[in-house]
Design a protein around this ligand. Structure first.
Ligand code: SF4
Length: 484
């Protein structure tokens, strides 16, 4: 695909649209390429003409259409116009995707902004389906998640933040994973020093937050798989947190236990003793054949046992993750998994769509991609989830999209609790700041009034994190919530 831009320089924005809608036709500066797009800005209008082989699609957009969603800055409006014209021209040739012209990771954040500006739900639905061309069910999903995020937003006060603790180890590596997680057998020597370093960072965080006058509203220990650590190691980390963490303002304390093969009664007892009230136990699928195909080193029965064990402790919520689109899965297989999960009645079920990530064994190993269900099958799986979860008492509460998801679909968290998953919402909707400790942690100092986000990223690899810890702490003092 060759791109020609007239009267503007919004190449990146147009390329983003082309990549989303024509993933198999990369943009390149080849004058002989028969596929091409011409995108022209004409003041407060844009026009696009795309040619694919011998077919041509034409699209137009004008500033008057954006209404409530009109960007205040001229450059941002231009960008919106050329993207929308390109979308209309391309989809005249390809047909329209379920999420229409929305390419962002956080559809609900967009809707929340409209709600904050005084729009009601029908007006938001009109913008989503009319202007952005979403399927009606996706529009409703985005609006419902935006409403959940507004309810969480009402609980927040200035100076609130959430704390993330990263454990970058897993017992083995899943085939679809591109996360920088060290499999524990290959990095056994690093685990103890890592726990000691994180303990040090947790104690530092207590002093840092006290100096800044900041208050922790939720804690999330994720990874990797935190329960890869032993019970005494988990106890050490949580004891360090107990030394300074004020529980009174805490809304939620999650540990993503994740892999059933790492969960023991001793570890769950440690978590409960330290006030953890929400955990994840993730089957991904309840088909042993699919588990094998995805390189997950546990069986469906191990999930059933781990889940039953977790239920003997009084966690307020157990979340279970599923993935639609796994290798060798089918709509029938997905239905069987979901039906069994619904019968178990966890407080939360998160339905992910498989993301075909670069760097994962799934994309690099020969023959693995052929076993993946196609976009139509994944659409059926997600439609089944949307059909059976509401009558079982679940409602969608958070939503995000990633690059390279099969069928350009979404991940949705469903809950049957009155209170939505707090951390997932504040983090995904960027409602407040996050201080992230441990390897790969991305801290975000968010000033919503000024529309400013300052990021600080810890080194991804545990070895580098261990070597640089003192520098990391000094950097954070200078960069995040600076004291003037
Ligand atoms: S459990 Fe999660 S982080 Fe660990 S290897 Fe599997 S997908 Fe990656």
């Amino acid at each position: 695909m060759r791109l020609i831009l007239e009267n503007h320089d919004h190449r990146y924005a147009v390329e983003q649209m082309v990549t989303m809608l024509l993933p198999g036709d990369p943009v390149r500066p080849d004058p002989d390429d028969p596929n091409r797009g011409v995108v022209t800005l004409l003041g407060r209008r844009a026009q696009a003409v795309f040619t694919l082989g011998d077919r041509q699609g034409v699209g137009e957009a004008s500033a008057e259409e954006f209404g409530l969603d009109t960007p205040p800055e001229a450059k941002a409006l231009e960008q919106r116009l050329v993207k929308m014209a390109a979308y209309r021209a391309i989809t005249a040739l390809t047909g329209r995707p379920a999420w229409g012209a929305l390419s962002g990771v956080r559809p609900a954040k967009l809707v929340r902004k409209w709600l904050e500006r005084g729009a009601d739900s029908p007006a938001c639905a009109q913008l989503l389906t009319g202007l952005y061309d979403l399927d009606r069910d996706k529009a409703i999903l985005a609006i419902r998640c935006a409403q959940e995020s507004r309810a969480v937003d009402a609980l927040l006060a200035p100076g609130d933040l959430s704390l993330y603790l990263g454990i970058p180890f897993c017992p083995t590596r899943c085939a679809y994973c591109s996360f920088i997680s060290a499999d524990v057998k290959g990095s056994l020597a690093l685990v103890e020093p890592y726990v000691a370093a994180l303990e040090r960072e947790i104690l530092w965080a207590g002093e840092f937050l006290a100096r800044r006058g900041l208050r922790v509203r939720s804690v999330y220990m994720g990874g990797g798989t935190p329960t890869t650590l032993s019970a005494p190691q988990l106890d050490r980390l949580l004891t360090a947190l107990d030394r300074w963490l004020d529980r009174a303002p805490l809304v939620e304390f999650t540990v993503e236990a994740g892999r059933p093969d790492t969960i023991t009664a001793e570890k769950l007892a440690v978590l409960r003793a330290h006030g953890v009230d929400r955990i994840s136990v993730n089957p991904q699928t309840l088909s042993d054949q699919v588990l094998r195909a995805m390189g997950r080193a546990h069986t469906a029965d191990q999930f059933r046992q781990a889940y039953a064990l977790a239920r003997t402790f009084d966690f307020s919520a157990v979340n279970t993750d599923l993935i639609a689109g796994l290798p060798q899965d089918s709509p029938d297989g997905f239905r069987a998994t979901l039906d069994e999960l619904v019968a178990l009645a966890p407080e939360e079920i998160t339905v992910h769509t498989l993301a075909r990530k670069h760097g994962s064994a799934l994309l690099s190993a020969p023959g693995r991609q052929e076993a993946l269900p196609d976009a139509q099958a994944v659409t059926q799986m997600l439609a089944y989830a949307a059909q059976v979860l509401p009558p079982a008492g679940y409602r969608p509460y958070y939503l995000y999209r990633q690059k390279f998801m099969t069928g350009a679909m979404e991940n949705v968290g469903w809950t049957r609790r009155p209170q939505s998953g707090f951390y997932n919402i504040v983090m995904m909707e960027e409602l407040h700041s996050v201080l992230a400790l441990g390897a790969g942690g991305v801290s975000k100092d968010i000033d919503r009034a000024a529309g400013r986000v300052t990021r600080h990223t810890n080194p991804k690899y545990p070895k580098e994190y261990l070597e640089r810890l003192e520098d990391i702490l000094a950097e954070r003092e200078a960069v995040l919530w600076p004291i003037n």
